[in-house]
Design a protein. Structure first.
Length: 285
């Protein structure tokens, strides 16, 4: 094999490997590249959500940052996001069992988000672990939403609440799937809005309202639309649940989106393949 053919073969192999990593479907929770029931592919597509890994480029006049802090943010990122809020930016914080409380407090908002499931044996979508919540007129055009293994937001001022669970709901603190007298009972806040400087922080105690299997349930899509409003949504992927494969896939897509159109990548791979075939044909003559 000639040196040119060897280089072409190596480039083709590397390119194909990277392309396979980039396009192979993800199965990780909330991943914007996950097309299955637990992914965010529909959400990111319908709302034209930008996928970002750096908060320094946020524009306080037009962006809304979507945060799912299943891993903690750095102090530097928290400082940037807080300044973004104070200057008029908006943040949609959606989390149930991650670092929601810690993130909110770092942004200047005190609340309690117990790491316990919110159950509702009566008002639910598909059983107690998928409770319904009601806006009671706080969100125009949306009467109710459906949650999925959610929690609740405690110690929230009444005028800040956007949605409550029903009076039959409760936080299952001891995880026995039954109500005990010491457990908080509904109605419990599941969404609330807070003002930070000139900006607005919206907290939702369930990131699953936007997954592929839930976005079309009840008023979930309309609810998300109202929260995003006229802003340009940007999803920070560095704090999402991840695996080594999903991290590699997100990194590749971020590179492709910043540097190359996906069609250009495919054209380059096709060109490498054609050159390899031509080179092999010339060697046989």
């Amino acid at each position: 094999m000639s040196r040119v053919a060897l280089v072409l073969a190596l480039l083709l192999g590397v390119g194909l490997a990277l392309l396979i990593v980039a396009v192979f479907p993800s199965t990780v929770d909330y991943d914007p590249l996950n097309p299955f029931w637990n992914g965010y592919s529909q959400f990111t597509s319908r709302f034209q959500v930008k996928v970002i890994d750096d908060v320094s480029s946020l524009d306080a006049s037009k962006d809304i940052l979507i945060l799912l802090p299943y891993s903690p943010l750095s102090q530097q990122d928290l400082s940037i996001i807080k300044s973004f809020l104070e200057e008029g930016g908006r943040v949609l914080l959606m989390v149930d069992y991650g670092y929601g409380k810690e993130t909110a407090e770092a942004l200047g908002v005190h609340l309690e988000m117990p790491k316990a499931p919110l159950l509702d044996p009566l008002f639910n979508y598909r059983g107690p672990f998928t409770p319904k919540a009601f806006t009671h007129g706080r969100v125009d055009g949306v009467n109710s939403i459906s949650l999925n293994y959610a929690s609740a937001i405690l110690e929230v001022p009444e005028d800040a609440v956007l949605a409550w669970s029903s009076s039959f709901s409760y936080l299952d603190l001891n995880l026995n799937n039954a109500y005990d007298a010491y457990e908080p009972q509904g109605p419990l806040p599941v969404a609330a809005v807070f003002h930070v400087g000139s900006g607005r922080l919206v907290v939702v105690s369930d990131a699953s309202v936007a997954i592929n299997s839930m976005i079309d349930v009840e008023g979930n899509e309309a609810f998300l639309s109202k929260l995003i409003d006229d802003r340009e949504p940007a999803l920070l992927v560095s704090t999402l649940p991840s695996t080594p494969m999903s991290q590699a896939r997100r990194a590749l897509w971020l590179i492709y989106s910043k540097i190359l159109d996906a069609r250009v990548v495919i054209m380059l791979l096709a060109a490498f393949a054609a050159l390899a075939v031509i080179n092999r044909g010339l060697r046989r003559r």
